[in-house]
Every structure is written in C-alpha cells, then in structure tokens.
Design a binder for this molecule. Structure first.
Ligand SMILES: *[C@@H]1O[C@H](CO)[C@@H](O)[C@H](O)[C@H]1NC(C)=O
Ligand SMILES: *[C@@H]1O[C@H](CO)[C@@H](O)[C@H](O)[C@H]1NC(C)=O
Length: 630
C-alpha cells in the first residue's frame, strides 16, 4: 500500500546504529524543564541524516561516558525513576554528539554517566513515533515503533468467510486524511491519495465496506432504535410541526408505489425560505436517513450544533458536485434519480470532511464535536418520508461498497485505478492500472456480500475477478514470477517487478475467501491460484527478513536499488497477516516467521529497557566496543 522514500542507509550500518544508540541513549525527559525546546538541533539532524561514514568518533563520546560509569550508575537509576520536577534541573553537562564522524555535531547532555541526545534526532533517524504527554501531572515521552498493534486469529476458531475480515473493525476508513469525503452519489469514500481532485480507489472502497461489515458482525446496527422525526403515517396535528412560508405548499399524501403516507413539499427555488422541522435533538446519533422522491430539484439542509456553540449547515443537493464549503456551510451533491431512494448520511463524517477542505485550514480539526441536530429544512419539489436519526448504519455502508464494486467492475472483471502512480524514479503506472490487492480485497468483500444477501450477482462478480491473476504484468495483468520460478500477484504491477509483501497476502486472502465461498464446484480456479501463491510465499518469505525488521518489497533485488525497509506499522501489518495465514495453513514457516518478526520489536525493546535500568553502561561498552562489533 505504500512505497515510501528509499532507505538512505545500508541495513547493516543502520542496525549497528540502532543498537548503539538505543543502548547508550535514554530519553532526556527532564530537558523540557530546563531548556527551551526550540534549541533542539532539528535542522542539524536533518543534515547529518543520511550521510553515515564511520563510527570512529562515536567511541570518544562513549569513552567519556564510561569514565564515570561506576560511581555514577546509581545516580542514573535514581534520576530515571524520580518524578520530573520542573524547577530542579539534574546535574548535567553539555556534550557534543558526533554521528559517524560527521562535521555537524548535535548537542547532547551528560547526566551522571548517561549520555542523552535530542529525541527529535532519534525520532527522525529511526523513523519512530513519539511525543511528550502529560500523564498524572508528569511529563512523559510516549515512544512507539508503531501505532498499530499486532493482531492474530483467535486460537480456537477456523477461518470462515462470513466471519469478520481480519481486524478491520479497527479501521475507520472514512476518518483517514486521504479520504476526501463520502460521495453523495456513489456513497463510498473518495480518495485524495495521489490526486487531490479525488478518485474512486477500489482498495479503499473495499476496505471501507469490510470495516463496516466487521462492525455490523460485532456490534450490529441500531435498527429499530432510530429516532424517527417524520414518517407521515399519523394524520394528526402532532405530526404537522413543519413550519412553512406562505409561498410553500405542503401535504401529507398517500404514495401508491410505496404503500405509505409521505410528506410532499414544494417551495420556490433552492435558496429561499424552506419548509423546516425543528428537531432540537441533543444526541450522539448522527446518521440521518430519509426516503426521497424528486419532483424537481431538491435541497435537504440540516443545521447542526458544534461544541455546544456554533451552528453549521450540511446541505444535500440534487447536483453532481462532490463537496464544497463556505465558512459555515458544507454542500454535497447527491445526483438525480427516478423513484424513491433512501439516503443515509453520517452527519459527523460529512461535517469533518467538509471543513477539512484545503481552503479552510484554520479550523481546529478533529477537536470539533457535533453536539446537537437543530433542524431539517426542505427546499425545491419532492416527497420525503421516514426521516430518522440512528447511531450506526454499518449494513448500509458495507453494502454501498459492495454495490459500487458491482457497478464498476469492467468487462474483464477488474477495477481499474484511474490515477497515475509513480513507484520509483522512472517506474510509473499509468492511469487505469490494475492491482492484485484491489482484486483480492474486492473478493473478500463480494464473497461476504453474497453470503449476507444470497444474491448471486455478488458471487458471479467475484468469480469474474480471478482472470486477472493469470495475466502477466506486462500484458496489463498482475502476475509476475520471481527468478523464473515463483508466481506472484502484484499490488503494483511494475516492470521490473516489485513484490510488495502485504498486497500479495491480501490478494491471497481474497482468493481464499472465494475458494471457501464458491466451494468445490466453482471455486477450483481460486483454490489453484491460492495454493500456487502460498507456495511462492513460503519459499520467498525469508527474503523479506532483514534480521531486525522486514522489507516492504524486493526492489533491492529486482531493481538493484536501495532496499525499502518496511516502516514499523507495515512491519506490524506483516506480522498480523502472517498470523492469520498461519491459522489457515499449518506450515510452521508462517507462524515461526510471524513470531520472530514480532520479536524484532518487542523483545528487543524489552531487553534494552531492562539493561538501561540496571547496568546500562557496562553492557553497552561490551556490546559496542570495536572488538565486539567487528
Ligand atoms: C408537535 O407539536 C406539538 C405541540 O407543540 C407537540 O406536542 C408534539 O410532540 C410535536 N410533535 C412532534 C412529532 O415533535
Ligand atoms: C417508510 O418506512 C416504512 C416502514 O419501513 C416503509 O414501509 C415505507 O415504504 C417507507 N417509505 C418510503 C417512501 O419508502
């Protein structure tokens, strides 16, 4: 899914640095109290980054540190455990930190026998995460290799397609920054990744559907618990709380097609005074649903309150504009249609996405909270029914994604990706490329939609989607072969091949879902493709092991360029995916690799933290003294 910048360092050198730094350097959490943080040499670290030469000078710093080792080690331990006191600065000495003999030095600190370097440097250098936080009145640096967790299949349950897909209930796809909004017409996310204007990215759409499928399976929907504002059924005064200007016409009429009483409205234009219903509902339910029949152009506007203070309006208009906004209004186009259509919108998502548009930078993003639904106003000519608010609409979102896949599958059975994708310098996928990961995630979603609705169209679409797995990348397919021996399905079908690991595994899981769902009669092709892919995976898995992490792809082999080390969150993803495959296939290579890779983050950090707390410097000297390293 990602093709990050090239790694700037040789892996062995990076590993060496990782060890030496993490051993000698603990974080200087007291720094904040004594120093102005802006003096941190972030810029310097930028310059130093990427030009490693020799580790010679490093030893001077270490030597200095070790001189006071014995008498100071107790003190170090004490200061590590002492609560941070803003007024008391620890005994400290400024030191230069020379990284690999580089001219640009960093400013470090010596506290007792422990040396400290700026965390901003460590963070950038090792691509980790971390920030200062206040916890119980203490300043804490929360350091993480990854914000994602390792997931594994439940030990006692066999993999089933109708069960939730992996751990996708934790994916809030619509909340991702690269989701521009949920389309009012297609009702699926629009991606702004690789193209600001927005495009429909099949992988993102399938993931959106799968995440809602999981939530539907795990939490259910709030059906029957909706708050209904108007269903037009009782023809009494109580139901007629709409306020309408004199020029407007409203009526409660019987609709033959739906066999239901509905609310008919007609106002002049889409911007004048409308027919409105005061709702005044303080609620945590933000999914608005209504059935709408067009008898001309219509605009449905909902006034919401944010943070108990400000009012904003979300408009849904019968046009084809994706999304736009002013200071206090957001506009979504919902297209045109014949007959009745049920519209389901998450007001919270629509608000957030609407105001995240680039022209509205000053909004405090994310912090805003929708607190109340104020009113609903109708303009134009139409009929409306069943206006309600609900807490969730997972079934709707899941099926919206599945229906999108049905509508947009092309004749060859594929979902083209319509934006250009530059993979590395000189290797670009031109618009309308295909991805094995898109096919695979679509298979996982379509099989679930079939099992959920029993509608054969979903299974047929899934069966059509396997053809691409047999078409070579050079012929606009996704199939490649490693060393003329191992077939592989490409997330990015480039030439030379990339062999992206996570995308390949997702494609295998899709094939496996189809194999299970279609059964022995129709599922043989999917089964063969899956088995063949698994053989390649097991043979090639060791190639992705760096000894301290994993490779994202094999560009260093096929393109002979610097390796692309998996970012920690991708490394964690690799581990989780392998654990799930291990629940399908008993071959020990899957589980042992997953366990070893998991150990690369966990055990190592645990051991290091232990040693820092106990006898940091002695251990350190032993492990990085030149003799020890060479
Ligand atoms: C409509 O207004 C009446 C009187 O103000 C009130 O009793 C009733 O609950 C309202 N109906 C609805 C559906 O809000
Ligand atoms: C409103 O909901 C009821 C109950 O679910 C349904 O029978 C009716 O057809 C709906 N109205 C419209 C216009 O779809």
């Amino acid at each position: 899914m990602r093709l990050g910048p090239f790694c700037l360092h040789k892996p062995s050198l990076k590993l060496f640095l990782a060890c030496s730094f993490t051993f000698v350097i603990t974080l200087y959490v007291f720094w904040n109290g004594c120093e102005v943080p802006s003096t941190f040499p972030t810029k310097k670290s930028e310059e130093i980054r990427g030009v490693p030469q020799t580790a010679a000078d490093c030893s001077k710093v270490i030597a200095k540190t070790s001189n006071e080792e014995d008498e100071q080690s107790e003190k170090t331990e004490l200061s590590l455990n002492k609560p941070a006191d803003q007024n008391v600065c620890p005994n400290e000495e400024r030191i230069d930190v020379v990284v690999n003999g580089e001219k640009n030095k960093l400013e470090g600190r010596l506290v007792g026998s422990e040396a400290y370097v700026p965390f901003s440097f460590v963070k950038g250098y090792f691509e980790i995460y971390g920030e200062l936080q206040e916890v119980d009145g203490r300043t804490v640096l929360d350091w993480r290799h990854s914000y994602s967790e390792v997931h594994s299949a439940k030990a006692d349950s066999a993999y089933e397609t109708k069960a939730p897909f992996l751990w996708f209930e934790t994916y809030h796809v619509e909340g991702r920054t690269r989701v521009k909004c949920i389309s009012g017409i297609e009702e699926v996310p629009v991606s702004s990744q690789w193209n600001q204007k927005g495009h429909f990215y099949p992988i993102q759409i399938a993931q959106y559907g799968l995440s809602h499928y999981n939530m539907l399976q795990l939490d259910g929907d709030s059906e029957g618990k909706e708050k209904i504002f108007e269903d037009a059924e009782t023809v009494s005064d109580v139901n007629w709380n709409w306020s309408a200007p004199k020029t407007a016409q409203i009526a409660n009429v019987f609709d033959k097609e739906r066999n239901s009483r509905v609310f008919q409205f007609s106002t002049t234009g889409l911007s004048g005074e409308g027919v409105s219903l005061s709702v005044d509902s303080a609620t945590k339910d933000f999914i608005i649903t209504f059935d709408l029949l067009l008898r001309g152009e219509v605009r449905v506007s909902i006034v919401v309150e944010i943070d108990n203070a400000d009012f904003y309006t979300v408009h849904y208009t019968t046009n084809n504009d994706l999304v736009s906004s002013t200071d206090s209004e957001v506009f979504y186009g919902v297209g045109h249609w014949n007959g009745w259509r049920r519209i389901v919108r998450n007001l919270d998502t629509d608000m957030r996405k609407g105001f995240k548009l680039p022209e509205k930078k000053n909004m405090k993003r994310g912090k805003i909270a929708l607190t109340e639904i104020q009113s609903i106003t109708l303009r134009g000519r139409g009929s409306i029914d069943n206006i309600s608010l609900a807490h969730s609409a997972h079934a709707h979102s899941f099926m919206a994604a599945a229906k999108w896949l049905l509508r947009h599958q092309n004749e060859q059975g594929n979902w083209p990706i319509t934006v250009k994708r530059k993979v590395v310098d000189g290797v670009t996928l031109l618009p309308d490329w295909y991805s094995a990961m898109a096919q695979g995630q679509a298979l996982s979603l379509l099989t679930r939609a079939y099992l959920y609705t029993k509608t054969p169209a979903y299974l047929r679409a899934a069966l059509r989607a396997t053809k691409l797995f047999k078409v070579k990348s050079k012929d606009k397919g996704v199939l490649t072969t490693f060393m003329n021996q191992y077939p592989w399905y490409e997330e990015y079908p480039t030439s030379p091949s990339l062999f992206v690991l996570n995308g390949f595994i997702y494609s295998l899981l899709g094939l496996y879902d189809l194999k299970l769902t279609a059964g022995p009669q129709h599922g043989t092709e999917a089964a063969e493709l899956f088995d063949q892919g698994m053989r390649s995976l097991k043979a090639m898995l060791p190639l992705y092991d760096t000894g301290s992490g994993s490779f994202y792809d094999l560009r260093h082999v096929t393109m002979r360029i610097a390796p692309n080390l998996a970012r920690w969150d991708y490394h964690t993803l690799h581990v989780s995916l392998l654990y799930f495959l291990a629940s399908i296939d008993p071959d020990p290579i899957l589980r042992t690799t997953a366990a070893r890779w998991e150990g690369y983050t966990k055990e190592r950090e645990r051991n290091i933290i232990e040693s820092v707390h106990h006898d940091a410097n002695r251990d350190f000297i032993r492990s990085v003294s030149p003799a020890g390293v060479l």
